[in-house]
Design a protein. Structure first.
Length: 88
């Protein structure tokens, strides 16, 4: 299984994004330095800022979940399922 960093690096080789369901709009404020990283990565991978930010967010969440104790991870995963099912 690839690491989260390998997943993002894969964007440079395999440009297709996985389908994760309907998209929702959010507003997020980030420091200008972090935005510069997102923009540079996006440009180098020939992706939009939004696509790169979404991919980084996805693999970051995956990395954090991988570090949580099993009980906490399972609780968070259950909450996610409830939130997704509530949106349907």
């Amino acid at each position: 299984m690839p690491s989260p960093a390998q997943e993002v690096a894969g964007l440079f080789i395999y440009p297709d994004e996985p389908d994760e369901g309907p998209l929702r709009t959010i507003t997020l404020r980030v420091p200008s330095g972090r935005l510069a990283w997102i923009d540079a990565l996006a440009k180098n991978a020939d992706r939009s800022r939004n696509a790169m930010a979404g991919q980084l967010l996805r693999v970051g969440i995956s990395a954090v979940l991988g570090e949580l104790p099993d009980a906490v991870r399972e609780e968070v995963e259950s909450a996610v399922i409830e939130l997704i099912e509530g949106d349907v």
